[in-house]
Design a protein around this ligand. Sequence first.
Ligand code: MRU
Length: 367
Amino acid sequence: MNVDGKKYRTIWLAEDGGSVEIIDQTKFPYAFEIARLHTMEDAAHAIRVMQVRGAPLIGATAGYGVALAMRADPSDANLHAACSALLETRPTAVNLHWALDKARKSLIQVAPENRAAAAFTLANDICDEDIAINMSIGMHGMELIAAISRLKREGEPVNILTHCNAGWLATVDWGTATAPIYMSHDGGIPVHVWVDETRPRNQGAFLTAWELGHHGVPHTVIVDNAGGHLMQHGEVDIVITGTDRTTATGDVCNKIGTYLKALAAKDNNVPFYVALPSPTIDFSLSDGVSQIPIEERSGLEVSQMTGRTEAGAIETINIVADGSEVGNPAFDVTPARLVTGLITERGVLEPNRKSIADAFPERVKMS
Ligand code: MRU
C-alpha cells in the first residue's frame, strides 16, 4: 500500500539481505516507524508484543524468524528449536502453525549449508502468496459489494461494518476484509465503512481507521457496542470481518466482539461475511467453541488506556475502579450457523465442511 507516496509491504527483507524490516504497529496511529529484526528472538518478540499482528502477518513474520535463525545456526537442532520458540508466541492465529509447519518440513530436507538461503526464499514466497491470495479475496468480495451497490440509488454508498483490523497491516498487503473494500473504492463503487474501535487494543480506531484514511475510503469509527443499533436502523448493508482461525466446518474465530456482531446481524438480516486466506483454515478442527485456544491477554490492556494529549504527549491512564478484577479474552468464536459466507481466494464458500473441502481438496488430504 502507499504511504506518503511510497509503496510498502508490512514486512520485507532489508537491503543488507540478512535482516528484516517491519512497520512497527505499536506506534500507530501517532507515528509510522520502521523496526529492524536481526534475530529469531527479535521476530518472536515482535509477534509477542504485537509490533506485528493479524493472522497472516504473524505467519509471514514467523517465516522470516526461521530464516533469521538459520542464518545464525542452520543445524537441525536449531531449526526445531526456532520453530518451537516461534510457535509459543501467540496461541490463536493458526497461520503461525501453518507457516512453521511449512518451514520445518521443507527446510529439514535442505543441506544445512544451503538452509539460510532456502529459508529466506521460503519467507519471501509466503509473503508473495499472501498478497496474491488477498487480491483474489478482494475480487470475490468486490462482487458481493457491487451486487449490493446495484440495488442502491446512484451515488449512495454501500455501508460495510468491520471489526478489528483485517486490513493490509494484518497481512503483507491489501488485507483480507479490506481487500474487497479497497478494490470497490478504487473501482468507483461508493462505500462507507463503520469501523468498530475494537477495545481493548483499539485495532479498529488505531489501525483500520488509519489505513482507510490513508487510502481515502470514507469511514466512521464507532464504539464496539454501536453495531447492533446501526443494523436495527438499516445503516449496515453488510458485515465483513477477518479471522484468525476457521475450522473445517466453518466456525470462525476472530477478535473478541465478533460473535456479538454476528448475532446482531442475524437478528437484522444483515449478511455476515468473513474474508479469509486458506492458511487460516484449520482442517484438524470441527468445533470452534470447544477446540480453538483463546488467548487471554494482560488485564492492563483493559484497565488502562493510552492516547495522545492535546499537547502531543503520549499518556497512559487507568480507567477501572481500583481493586476490581479484569478479564481479557482476546478472541471469540462465531458458529458457522451465523455466517453467511466465507470469502476465500477460491471464491465465496458456504460455511460448512463440504463447501470448504470441495474448494481446498489438497489441504484436506494433507490434514
Ligand atoms: O490480536 P490481533 O490484532 O492479532 O488480531 C487480529 C484480528 O483478530 C483481526 O480481526 C483479523 O481479522 C484477523 S487477521 C486478518
